[in-house]
Design a protein around this ligand. Structure first.
Ligand SMILES: [Zn+2]
Length: 260
């Protein structure tokens, strides 16, 4: 995405774009697992599926090769092998690709699913696009069970998934927003979705660009919950050196991760 806002205000390098980080996991026992799906092929084929205001402000590329489906194919893998999709939330820039993997089970927090299906509030009608799940996916819905991960409430076991992949409810951006935890050898990956938008947000006393702070307030569903989630993620990041944490949209954070 190339937001129609001053790059510096958003903490982006000039000419840099905002990414939508879809994390693909090749597993021994569960085939391919996709964490978040970005926009999908249908959104590319018909840009009007994405609301005009979003397109005007965020200017998403909406290009076939950039979709998760396109990138999986380019890696020489088969999109048919995507057995599970784990979503941080159901916003239009995260759920657009689920329809490209119609046989996959879609794992998401129950509160998020409810908010997206009901679309009671005006903000929900802007952010959730029913056309993106018109194919009636196999949903697997979760609510907190009393389980914890590193002291934080978690859903550590996803139905039908053998690998250590879990949901860490981090609500506030949306009502059922979650981070996704993945064990990768000695390390744990934490995909924080839209719990934050700039890496400085999870550094104690980090200087978050003004435009990001403004934007986060415009698109939040529950401010106290969002700030509590941010504090919990910051604590996790600071206290555990085996955690690699990243959000969905920060290009510099993504580049640092890829270059490791
Ligand atoms: Zn997003």
């Amino acid at each position: 995405m190339c937001p129609r806002l001053p790059a510096g205000w958003l903490g982006l390098a000039k000419g840099s774009t905002m990414i939508a980080h879809c994390l693909l996991l090749e597993t021994d026992r569960d085939g391919l697992v996709l964490v978040d799906t970005g926009f999908g092929l249908r959104d590319v084929a018909d840009h009007k599926r994405v609301p005009g205001l979003f397109r005007a402000l965020m200017r998403p590329a909406l290009a076939g090769p950039e979709t998760a489906h396109g990138q999986i194919t380019a890696l020489g893998l088969s999109p048919n092998d995507v057995q599970h999709i784990v979503l941080t939330h159901l916003d239009l820039d995260h759920a657009g690709g689920i329809i490209d993997f119609p046989d996959a089970t879609v794992h998401v927090h129950r509160s998020e699913h409810r908010a997206a299906m009901d679309r009671v509030r005006r903000t929900d009608r802007r952010r959730y696009m029913p056309a993106q799940w018109a194919h009636a996916p196999k949903w697997a819905l979760y609510e907190p069970t009393g389980d914890t991960w590193r002291g934080v409430p978690s859903i550590s076991q996803l139905r039908g998934v053998h690998e250590d992949i879990g949901l860490l409810p981090m609500t506030g951006h949306t009502l059922g927003h979650s981070a996704v935890t993945v064990r990768a050898g000695e390390q744990w990956l934490v995909h924080a979705g839209d719990a934050y938008f700039n890496r400085a947000s999870v550094i104690p006393n980090g200087k978050v660009p003004g435009g990001i702070t403004f934007f986060e307030k415009q698109v939040e569903s529950d401010r106290p919950a969002r700030l509590a989630s941010l504090a919990a993620l910051t604590k996790l990041r600071v206290e555990h050196s085996d955690i690699a944490m990243f959000c969905a949209h920060d290009p510099a954070e993504y580049a640092a991760l890829v270059n490791k």
